[in-house]
Design a protein around this ligand. Sequence first.
Ligand code: SF4
Ligand code: SF4
Length: 383
Amino acid sequence: MSTIAVEVVYRGIFQKTLARNIVRSIVFAARKEGKIGTAFGRYGDSPERNGIPAKQFAIVADTAEELEENLAVYEAHNVDVTINVDDTMSKGIESWAWYGLQPINQLTKPNGTLIVTSRQTADDLIEDMHQRDEPYNLSIIPSVPSFSGLWVYKDDHTDARILGTLCKVCPDLVSLASMLEAMKDQGWSDLKASSAEKAFERGTQRPVEPGEGSAETPFSFDLPGWKTMEEGLVIRSVPQGGGFRGGEEGFQPARSDVFKKYSTRSMRPVINFDTCTKCTLCWLQCPDTVFDVTPDGLYDANMEACCGCAVCEAVCPVPDCITMVSEAEFNDNNSQWEAWTKDKDGYNKWMTVLVDKAKLETRTHGFHHVGEYAEQGPQAEED
Ligand code: SF4
Ligand code: SF4
């Protein structure tokens, strides 16, 4: 066996413990087979704000020398398996320390596997993921995203199901038997072990051919070289004052030229402009200054800046005026207010479909989240 690398792409804070459980279990299982491995996080020392995409890795080798050799030159340019624990990151990720948009499959080796937890079909997911020149495989674990918090962990078996699937799609890494032993050693329950076994049995892969997927060119910009880097400055601060568009034009605050939050959120607000009373609460309370004031005094959430926290939905006093909708439903970041202004009937029909669908879906986090752990464990078993 040569060295095998696995990356877990997760949302900062919400899924930190989930990601850690996965990479540590891989290394523990590898040790059961006399292999050696290491698990580590990237950006662990940076401010992992809620929702910012981040990564943890597990590297497994036959010998310490082999592992050392690989780690000495190791920059995560390619991995055998990429694990994406929130399908809304399939459109690409902008993590804290990366500039621009990185396709979710960027590091996946040719003929490697991308595992995604999702309720979407393979075709829908592939539509979101950037095209590649090499083939790879897609393996889907039917699931809603497993979100929790910095110090708390939602034991809904997502980690066990991912590890079971991983043993199936990457048999050279570790056997299922070793993985189950490693789970037992960590005190995981028999029920979790059975979730891993079921996931192993059900694990399938769908080949993704070169050229399949989104043809979008990922957002990028010129990075400053070390000679041009300004002292103490990583991201230029947002200028004060904002971009006043004029009394007739409404108001748009200034925003960072380089730090966009397109992939930071897993949900976005959808606004019913017909019922908005212009009370200003969303504009005042949004922690990321997302709302542009429109020329007619309405509030338009600008998707360059929204982190998807759902504060606006919680503070809006008008029922259903702001509804958080899964990012998986959107293929652009265009202004909702402009769409509404151009075609009010069309916008309202589009909005109604999204809002009705959102109400039926299990909300994983945000201010309307009610602790659903008890319900989600058995549900995961059924999936
Ligand atoms: S979800 Fe709402 S409150 Fe939160 S950042 Fe986006 S617009 Fe602002
Ligand atoms: S909080 Fe609701 S009603 Fe108030 S301005 Fe925002 S969208 Fe309109």
